[in-house]
Design a protein around this ligand. Structure first.
Ligand code: 13P
Ligand code: SF4
Length: 370
């Protein structure tokens, strides 16, 4: 994890209103030199300052399009800021307000583990294999995929990217989210018995050479700690207590939950589905709690609740707050750039290949699960 320095004490004593006024004023002073990007899981008090909001795919595109700005403040997590640096113009500096805003899923795949897995798989299989990484991964993992004929995907375009991958080879290794990989491959018609889970913590992934040879999809043993909290029991309870309620989940949820749901798709898909639904409709949503609350506030004519009784909060997204935003802005106005996310040139070159292959397959598709 990167080290986030403590902020000067002057940032401890402001009220929320004082923070909001100060941020708006600094933003006005920086004008077109600054663009703020915000992921849908950010808090309301942070996302109110975003010039662009979106899911991971939309924000990758927005990051790539910022050619005129000097700075991007990325209100999201570390891998998103890295993607913005990889795809963006080299003159644009990307800033993550709090360096401790990582992603536990991205941390489940380390480059050394992937290199070891690759060596084993290539040794056991004579056929070509394509590595596909969810954008929720380190730049080094993206670079590996770019350098080995693979690509990135987001939850908006995973099926398009997997379709592309199977035009390149008969076998895919998908990392780091086993659930997105399984849900996407299954929705494309690949049966579960043609998928195996590679556990990077076990010698040879815990797999026999036969399992590796027979599988069409090798799923990395990684998951999202937030979406992993949604369960089949919660779906059953909704069905019992509110028969008209539709269950709408993110494809980072386990396969059994996605099978029980009415619809599954990225955060952007979730927002669009709720927006286009009829007044009076009921929704139980399986994704991060800030987005669910925001949807409930924006659509008072619909009954919107979280699928889980517990609060499914992404604690790292939550680290981005007004205090850290104001500190970054003050430093920029003083001529200092803090918390810049900068990927080294060679990693950037290869990771960009993987991201650009994804963007070429971009057409977002909702996942048909029932
Ligand atoms: P999307 O932004 O692709 O919906 O993914 C959600 C997520 O978990 C981001 O970390
Ligand atoms: Fe990572 Fe899950 Fe948080 Fe997204 S919601 S940043 S995948 S831990």
């Amino acid at each position: 994890m990167l080290f986030q320095p403590l902020l000067p004490p002057k940032y401890n004593n402001l009220t929320d209103d004082e923070f909001a006024l100060a941020i708006a004023e600094r933003k006005r002073q920086l004008g077109k030199r600054l663009v703020i990007l915000g992921h849908h899981y950010q808090r309301d008090d942070v996302i109110q300052f975003a010039d662009f909001t979106g899911d991971s795919l939309k924000l990758s595109q927005a990051g790539a399009a910022q050619k005129g700005a000097e700075f991007i403040i990325f209100c999201g997590v570390h891998f998103m800021a890295e993607s913005a640096d990889i795809l963006g113009d080299d003159r644009v500096k990307v800033i993550l307000p709090d360096l401790s805003a990582g992603c536990s899923m991205a941390d489940m795949a380390e480059i050394e583990q992937l290199e070891e897995a690759w060596e084993f798989i290539v040794e056991e299989c004579s056929e070509t294999i394509v590595p596909i990484t969810y954008v929720n991964s380190a730049a080094s993992i993206k670079a590996f995929c770019g350098g080995h004929g693979g690509a990135c995907c987001t939850s908006s375009n995973a099926s398009k990217v997997l379709e592309w991958a199977f035009t390149q080879a008969g076998k895919v290794i998908f990392l780091p989210d086993q659930h997105l990989g399984r849900n996407t491959a299954y929705a494309m018609g690949i049966p579960l018995d043609q998928m195996v889970v590679y556990d990077p913590k076990q010698p040879r992934g815990g797999l026999t050479p036969e399992q590796v040879r027979d599988a069409k999809v090798l799923l990395w043993k990684g998951h999202c700690s937030v979406h992993g909290l949604f369960t089949v029991a919660q779906c059953d309870e909704i069905r019992r207590n509110d028969p008209i309620c539709k269950i709408l989940v993110h494809p980072e949820c386990p396969w059994e939950v996605v099978q029980k749901a009415d619809l599954a798709g990225s955060t952007e898909f979730i927002i669009r589905t709720v927006k286009e639904s009829a007044p009076g409709s009921h929704w139980a949503i399986g994704t991060e709690i800030h987005l669910v609350h925001r949807l409930a506030t924006q659509h008072p004519d619909k009954a919107i609740r979280s699928l889980a009784g517990v609060q499914c909060l992404c604690s790292t997204m939550y680290r981005i707050d007004m205090k850290h935003m104001l500190w970054c802005l003050d430093e920029l106005l003083a001529g200092r750039i803090v918390n810049q996310i900068k990927v080294d040139p060679e990693t950037k070159r290869l990771a960009r290949i993987a991201l650009q292959r994804m963007l070429a397959n971009v057409n977002p598709q909702p996942m048909a699960v029932r």
